[in-house]
Design a protein around this ligand. Structure first.
Ligand code: NAP
Length: 329
């Protein structure tokens, strides 16, 4: 029997990689997309013809109930979110409503329709926030530091409560930063890959950066969607911390990206203190041993391979005129 998977946030980075994985495994993939975001379906490229789209406002409980009732999915992946953390300060309530509201409405729909649907919630390492200890695992307390993280934490607990009270197969991946050539340019990895490619082609000659000492646990999005899928294939629904377990500084990031195209990064960086983030974390790093033990999951793409992939794709895009150089984005 063909399995049906519903995906919110299908037009995002993870939505793309997850759809690709699910289609390759024979799933019928249905994206739940609000009417006003349908133009963004072009972000799916050739996958747009292979997935189905169910038009629905994610804030509408009744419409989501209808979607679940009609489509009767075996799996739901709830990925939709305004994912750029600093933006959540501009719209804390909208962030809460989309992140927590959508998770709650979908879980309620599954419960009310009475299906044995397996549910994945996209939780985030941002929930750990102001950490006391590193690395973090599934037992580490949450101390969120921004509206995005607080909303993710609320959605996470709603998922846990629905599992405990109603016996739903609901789980979440607490994912650390994961990147790809599909990352939006406001994220630092993509900003750097685009700058390295632009400078290499002589389209610009500087890159403004904030804190080069900030550190992150960065992995490849394609590896992380595999972990999401694996969580829904095991017997017990549980939480899993997903990351590489390795910290790299922004300085490492810039050096590695620039070196991948033979550039000495120190010649191009301009420090700009207005780019410093107030809620910067320095020690958010994963202990993914539970995922390795229970799911057999391990990241496959290294930090260096990830950046090489991103810079190479940006070079190709700039050469073909598919995107503007950094100075214009
Ligand atoms: P992304 O590329 O920013 O994609 C976000 C998706 O959510 C897009 O499909 C976007 O639609 C949709 N969305 C945003 N605002 C919306 C709104 N108001 N109404 C309806 N849909 C909306 O993010 P991602 O990297 O794929 O991340 C997927 C999920 O994992 C997110 O929940 C994110 O918070 C979480 N997460 C990501 C990371 C990471 O490092 N990437 C780490 C931990 C957790 P449009 O295409 O129309 O904008």
């Amino acid at each position: 029997m063909t399995k049906t998977a519903l995906v919110t946030g299908i037009t995002g980075q993870d939505g793309y990689y997850l759809s690709h994985l699910l289609l390759n495994r024979g799933y019928r993939v249905v994206g739940l997309v609000p009417p006003h975001r349908q133009p963004n379906l072009t972000k799916l490229g050739t996958l747009a013809n292979q997935v189905e789209i169910f038009t629905v406002d994610l804030r509408d409980s009744r419409a989501l109930l209808t979607a679940v009732e009609q489509l009767r999915p075996q799996e739901i992946y709830n990925l939709a979110a305004p994912s750029f953390v600093p933006d959540s300060w501009n719209d804390p309530l909208g962030t809460l409503d989309l992140i927590t509201g959508t998770a709650t409405r979908l879980l309620e729909a599954v419960r009310q329709v009475g299906l044995s649907t397996r549910f994945y919630q996209a939780s985030s390492s941002e929930m750990f926030g102001d950490v006391f200890s590193s690395p973090q695992d599934e037992e580490t307390p949450f101390r969120p530091k921004n509206p995005y993280a607080a909303a993710k934490m609320h959605a996470h607990w709603t998922m846990v409560h629905h599992r405990q009270r109603y016996g739903l197969f609901a789980c979440s991946g607490i994912l650390y930063n994961h990147e790809s050539p599909l990352r939006a340019p406001q994220f630092v990895t993509r900003k750097v890959s685009l700058a390295a490619a632009s400078i290499k082609l002589g389209l610009t000659d500087t890159l403004e950066m904030g804190n080069l000492d900030a550190k992150r646990d960065w992995g490849f999005a394609g590896d992380y969607v595999e972990a999401m899928w694996l969580m829904l294939q095991v017997d017990e629904p549980e939480e899993y911390v997903i990351g590489t377990g390795k910290l790299h500084s922004v300085r490492d990031l810039v050096a590695t990206a620039f070196e991948s195209v033979g550039l000495d990064w120190t010649r191009y960086i301009v420090l700009n203190t207005s780019l410093l983030r107030q809620d910067e974390h320095f020690q958010l790093v994963a202990d993914p041993s539970k995922a390795k033990r229970n799911l057999g999951w391990e990241p496959q793409v290294s930090f260096e391979e990830l950046l090489e992939k991103m810079v190479k794709t940006d070079l190709e895009r700039l050469q073909s005129g598919a995107i503007a150089p950094l100075t214009q984005v």
